[in-house]
Structures are given as C-alpha cells and as structure tokens.
Design a protein around this ligand. Structure first.
Ligand code: NAD
Ligand code: DAO
Ligand code: ZN
Length: 369
C-alpha cells in the first residue's frame, strides 16, 4: 500500500513528507494505522547525527498510538479494529529476559530492530523510487501506516484519545515507570529530579502519585518551575542560582534524597544526582541518554557508603502488560497528560516540532494524522 511519512534522508537535514510504499504484514506482524505521534528528544538525538547507531534513510518516531488494520499469522491476541500503542521495548513473554522477571528488556527482536529491520531481516518501507527505508526503534511512528511485530503492540482501551495516549508510548511510561517499576518509590520518600522536560515532569508526577513527601526539581530553565509545581514538585532548584547543587539538596533533605532521577543525559548531572542521595540507602536512577562514548564517574566511597547507581529503560515497564494499565490511570484521572502536550501539529509541520524542542518551548509536540 501507499502511505504518507516524514522521511529522514540524512543526519542533520529536515524531514521531508513523502508518499512511501509499505509492504503488508508477514507472519507475526501487524499493520497499524498511526493516528497520532509524539516527537521525543530521542528522535532529535538520532536526526541530529549524534546517535552512532542512527541509520539513514529512515522513518523515525517511537511514541505513537493507532488502530490495527490487518493481522499476520500467529498473532492471536490482536484483531483489526483494536487500539494499540507501538512498543520500542517489546514483550514476547518467552525469551530468557522476559521469563527472568528481572528486566523489561525483551531481546526477542533486538538484533534486527537495532539494524532498522523487521525480524526477518528486511524492511517493509520503500521510497517512491524503490529505495528501502530503515525502520526506527521497531516503530517508525512518523508514518501514517506501519508494520510492526505483534509482540511490540500494547492493546489499549478504545475510549482513550490517540492524541494524548500516544505520549504513553515513551515519555509518560519512561518517567512514571522509573518511579513505580524501577525504583519502587514509597510514600513519604524524598525525591530529587534532574531535568524537568518531557521525561522529568513524568518522574515528578510518578513521585506525587506514590505519595512522595518532598519532590525537588532541578532545571536551568526557570520556565519549567511553574509546570513542575502543577505536577507535584515541592521545591525548585536552579543550578545557576545556588552555589553547590549537591550541598543544597543534602540540606533540603536532612542528609540527602532517598531517590534521585537524572532526566537530561548529562554525565556531570548524573554524578550530582548520585551524590545528593542519602548515605546508607540513597538510590539514583539514570534515565537520560548520554552522548555516545560518554563515561560516568564518582568516588567509589559514594557506593561503599551505601548509595546505589542504577538505570531505567522505558521506565522498567513490560509494555504489553503495563502500558494498558497506564492508559487506565490516565483515563481514571490519576495521571495528567493533556497539560504536557503543549503543541499539536500536522505531519507537514513536523520539523517545527523539532525546532520548538530545540528552543525549549515545548514539553511535547504531537502530530495528528
Ligand atoms: P527535554 O529536552 O524535554 O528535557 C530536558 C530538560 O533538562 C530541559 O528542561 C532542560 O532545560 C534541562 N536541562 C538541560 N541541561 C540541564 C542542566 N545542566 N541542569 C539541569 N537541567 C538541565 O528531554 P526529555 O524528552 O525529557 O528527555 C530527557 C532524556 O531522557 C534524554 O536524554 C532522552 O534521550 C532520555 N530518554 C530516556 C529514555 C529511557 O528509557 N531511559 C526514554 C526516553 C528518553
Ligand atoms: O535491549 O539492548 C536493549 C536496548 C533497549 C532499548 C532501551 C532504550 C531506552 C533508551 C532510549 C530512549 C528511547 C526513547
Ligand atoms: Zn522477551
């Protein structure tokens, strides 16, 4: 079939809107009409050329929601008409990783997904002149129609609005999940969140949801304070206004935060996030993706004295199991999403979504098809 997509021809160039060819679903695969997609920092990272694993030409996008149109053989849990969220972290429920119950990093299709291909090693997309286009993160939600493995689709309720719940495909789940599934923050805890963007604000609302006591937000953009307070932040720290961020947070929390989350991808902040946690039990969770080749450091005594350094991908969520629950939390009013979607765009204007992000003016831009 033919569909419309924003194509990334090469790093650093704007996306172009094109009619592309999409092959139908093979065994284990599903054809989805994408109704809405968010534009995430990670799409920007890849498009900028900073991602060493970025492949071009490709159709980017990994934060979508849509409707199943056709189901290949061997996907009995989905049918045409189902509403779904594509998962860049699938859940096969059969691989060693899924069965371990210790991680959400299903590896069933990891090798081909990382190469921009479907599990059989080929692409379903071609440009109008017949050139294969790479898939991206197994999702490619900047296309109006996509083919994805059935294990990479979370079936969601049909009354959930696509233009809001698409954000659960990455940002919401990454932030809220890091609090609930990775750190398992308990009521009464003190939490420090470094970076109050599309991910950090969701960490803040996850912390509020579980009943954290003090929720400290750190950002160099003062415009982020008001929004973060609406999401549950109790204290704001602008690093340009306090001498030493670590000392400041240690003082605010009577010895250090119980939990901290780095949501920027900046290694000096990762160190601060670890070192502002409490001696004996502090846990610091890295969510931000640092530039290729970057390394983190601290004095080992920080760990000897009981702090733990951890990481979280897709919020530790098992997509097919947890994403439908997160959609329910939004529909039940336990999570806010609408306020975070600061801009709605047509596919033709998708490059403006990247520009808004670069200028720090948007939290989330959503493209509706
Ligand atoms: P964003 O650009 O929306 O937000 C980043 C925030 O950090 C901004 O508010 C910015 O002002 C602030 N900031 C920048 N430098 C700072 C500094 N030195 N000190 C304090 N604050 C600073 O980005 P986002 O969409 O929230 O993504 C954040 C990170 O999370 C990115 O690295 C992204 O790639 C990563 N990410 C990780 C996962 C995962 O599963 N681990 C998933 C999605 C995104
Ligand atoms: O299983 O090796 C693996 C890769 C898992 C990918 C997890 C991605 C999380 C960070 C990237 C940001 C996504 C928007
Ligand atoms: Zn698996």
């Amino acid at each position: 079939m033919k569909t419309r997509a924003a194509v990334a021809w090469k790093a650093g160039s704007p996306l172009t809107i094109e009619e592309v060819h999409l092959d139908g679903p093979r065994a284990g695969e599903v054809l989805v009409e994408v109704k809405a997609t968010g534009i995430c920092h990670t799409d920007h990272y890849t498009l900028s050329g900073a991602d060493p694993e970025g492949l071009f030409p490709a159709i980017l996008g990994h934060e979508g929601a849509g409707i199943v149109l056709e189901v290949g053989e061997g996907v009995p849990w989905l049918k045409p008409g189902d509403h779904v969220i594509p998962l860049y972290t699938p859940e096969c429920r059969q691989c060693k990783f899924c069965l371990s119950r210790k991680t959400n990093l299903c590896q069933a299709i990891r090798a081909t997904q990382g190469k921009g291909l479907m599990p059989d090693g080929s692409s379903r997309f071609k440009s109008a002149d017949g050139q294969p286009l790479f898939h991206y993160m197994g999702t490619s939600t900047f296309a109006n129609h996509i083919v994805v493995p059935g294990i990479a689709l979370a079936k969601i309720r049909e009354d959930a609005p696509f233009d809001k719940v698409c954000y659960i495909g990455c940002g919401v789940t990454t932030g809220v999940g890091a609090v609930l599934f990775t750190a398992k923050v308990e009521a009464g805890a003190t939490v420090a969140v470094f970076g109050l963007g599309g991910i950090g604000l969701n960490v803040i609302q996850g912390a509020r949801m579980v009943g954290a006591d003090k929720i400290i937000g750190v950002d160099i953009n003062p415009a982020r304070e008001a929004m973060a307070r609406r999401f549950g932040m109790t204290h704001f720290v602008n690093p340009t206004e306090v001498g030493n961020v670590v000392d400041h947070i240690v003082q605010l929390t009577d010895g250090g935060a119980d939990y901290s989350f780095e949501c920027v991808g900046h290694t000096p902040l990762m160190r601060q996030a670890l070192e502002c946690t409490h001696k004996g039990w502090g846990r610091s969770i890295i969510i931000g993706v640092a530039p290729a080749g970057a390394e983190i450091s601290t004095r080992p005594f920080q760990l000897v004295t009981g702090r733990k350094w951890e990481g979280s991908a897709f919020g530790g969520a098992r997509g097919r199991t947890d994403v439908p629950r997160i959609v329910d939390w939004y529909m039940d009013g336990k999570l806010k999403i609408d306020e975070l979607i600061t801009h709605k765009l047509r596919l033709e204007d998708i490059n403006e979504g990247f520009a808004l992000m670069e200028r720090g003016e948007s939290i989330r831009s959503v493209v509706e098809f």
